[in-house]
Design a protein around this ligand. Structure first.
Ligand SMILES: NC(=O)c1ccc[n+]([C@@H]2O[C@H](COP(=O)([O-])OP(=O)(O)OC[C@H]3O[C@@H](n4cnc5c(N)ncnc54)[C@H](OP(=O)(O)O)[C@@H]3O)[C@@H](O)[C@H]2O)c1
Length: 252
């Protein structure tokens, strides 16, 4: 018997991970229960039906939560743990309005910072407290390579992801020496609905399957940080080290 829960389960990356977990499930260990949290009933039910159809050993439950403020996040984490222990929690919700949209409307900028920063870290924090209470489990939080250095093209989104990275480092420190493992995931640009507007541009988008495979292996292996695709670890190391005068001449 194994239970995996996802906040933001209709995310392209989360769906890829869930498909990996279903495909890799060993039926001799009992049933696999998936607890899916999303905000759009139709999309959530479509994802649940797809996953449920992939294996007779899979049971899927869903709960609707629009994660736009503290109470909603708190209630969603309560829902995740309401029916018993959870082996893996994934925090996958997020938005990526363009910098231009954020420039045009302060409310868009504030919402971007809140959803991707404050509420994501709050969800990770609350889930960690519950995992510590139950004594074991894994948490995967999706950050981004964008959090590694502020760039003019998306520094608000990057700042929110940097907040999550710092918070997750603190949670990892807090859970060190326990049976709770926390993984910070840093995807590079990946082909999901979030990046539809970048398709066909100069940036190459990773396949969801590649990213999901890296994430699931990283979580199962208890890795603290997963860059995916892996080359992004090196790319971001170089970008972080670029001297300011050189960096400011780039169009990143
Ligand atoms: N794609 C990339 O290039 C990339 C790169 C680095 C990091 N990431 C991160 O990866 C995570 C997953 O993104 P993705 O690429 O899979 O994009 P996606 O397919 O657009 O997924 C984003 C998900 O977040 C959900 N969501 C947004 N606001 C929400 C809210 N207030 N309450 C509940 N759910 C909410 C969306 O729900 P709806 O389906 O209802 O809209 C959607 O399921 C995000 O944290 C993103 O920042 C993505």
């Amino acid at each position: 018997m194994r239970t995996i829960a996802v906040l933001g389960a209709t995310s392209g990356i989360a769906q890829g991970c869930l498909r990996e977990w279903v495909a890799g499930h060993d039926p001799s260990t009992g049933r696999l229960t998936l607890r899916l949290i999303g905000r759009d009933r139709t999309r959530l039910e479509r994802v649940a039906a797809d996953l449920g159809a992939r294996s007779a050993e899979v049971e899927v439950t869903t709960a609707l939560h629009d994660l736009t403020e503290t109470t909603a996040v708190s209630q969603a984490v309560d829902a995740v743990f309401a029916d018993g222990p959870v082996d893996v929690v994934m925090v996958a919700f997020g938005t990526m309005p363009t910098q231009q949209d954020a420039d045009a409307d302060p409310a868009v900028a504030a919402d971007l910072l809140t959803v991707n920063g404050t509420l994501t870290l709050l969800a990770a924090h609350l889930a960690t407290l519950r995992l510590l209470e139950q004594g074991s489990g894994a948490l995967a939080v999706i950050g981004s390579v964008a959090g590694d250095r502020g760039r003019r093209s998306n520094y608000l989104y990057g700042a929110a992801k940097a907040m999550v990275a710092t918070g997750v480092a603190g949670l990892q420190h807090r859970t060190a020496g326990t049976s709770v493992a926390i993984t910070l995931v840093k995807p590079g640009p990946t082909a999901t609905p979030m990046t539809d507007h970048l398709r066909g541009g100069r940036l190459s988008l990773a396949k969801v399957e590649t990213v999901a495979g890296d994430i699931v292996r990283g979580v199962e292996g208890g890795r603290p940080v997963v860059y995916t695709p892996r080359r992004w670890r090196l790319i971001m190391a170089v970008i972080r080290l670029l001297p300011r005068p050189v960096f400011e001449r780039t169009s990143l």
